[in-house]
Design a protein around this ligand. Sequence first.
Ligand SMILES: [Zn+2]
Length: 334
Amino acid sequence: DVQLAGLVVDPNFVWKKQTVTIAFLNGDYKERLEFRKIYFEWFKCSHIHFIEAPLNQSADIRVGFGLDKGRSWSLIGSLSTEYSVNLTSGKVYRDFKRDFHPSMVIASVSRRSILHEGGHSLSAKHEHGHALANISWHPYFTNGKMFPQMTIDYIQNNYLQTFPLNQSLGPFDKKSVMLYKIFPAMTTDNFSSNLNEDISMNDQFYSSQIYRHFFDNDYKQCEKKIYPGKSNVQIALECYTTWYTQCMRFVRDGEFCEHHRNPWKEYQYFLWVKNETLPLPYRRVQTNGTIIVIILLLVLLVCICALLVWQHRRLRRIERYLTSPGQQLSRSEL
Ligand SMILES: [Zn+2]
């Protein structure tokens, strides 16, 4: 569905169930807590209920820290429940036990890698592969000479691969957390990008549209219930507390969850998710529509003025005819 394509998403691996379990293969208390705090940012725009599970309970996503020679990676979305990566052979295999090998590896606890790999685990792919990105790669980069440590296969799979329009939601998004750092020398037209550290507004918007039904599930009772004599603010403060509830379940840090708790903001966010239903390019067309209406109104105003001026002159002419006796009033001259 093109409407659902600034995020590239594989629709086959979008999570079907709302509760997704996560287990850690290693890492100390501090690393795991930091991971949960950062990874939980994806809750806001997906409403997937993340739950930490013990390793022996076959969690949907299995996270390892620094297990793969300084590399970070993740399987795409719900593929994580079926496959793991064997760290010795480096091969992806069908994993029935899910209690030993990772579906995601974070080289070190950093905001960028947790949010980027987290995006993969929710089914997002690389933004530079967006159908509308149109990046003109420099041959010196694509033939592997610029970065000898990268194999041609790696460059092909991680940089050059492009995705069809029906997986590329909205416009190409330069601020996406799913975009790689690209240096100007890597392209022929000086295109470059930063290592984005935040889930961009576009990332959030399209993620929320993919997982829109999870929002509806969570806010069903808030939408249905009628609170007589209560303002929207009061309703929001009582009902839009899902973020806090889920934070206490997954992050489990009272101080952190309390500090970021804001039911009113959560309510406003849901209104944004609910009402901004048109992808960004379509909204721009709408703006053009407004401009056209304004131009038409201006043209109409000019016409009315011209008509008034013409009418005024006509009256003046009649006046002149009437005040000069002996002149025959010809109908056509009026
Ligand atoms: Zn990636």
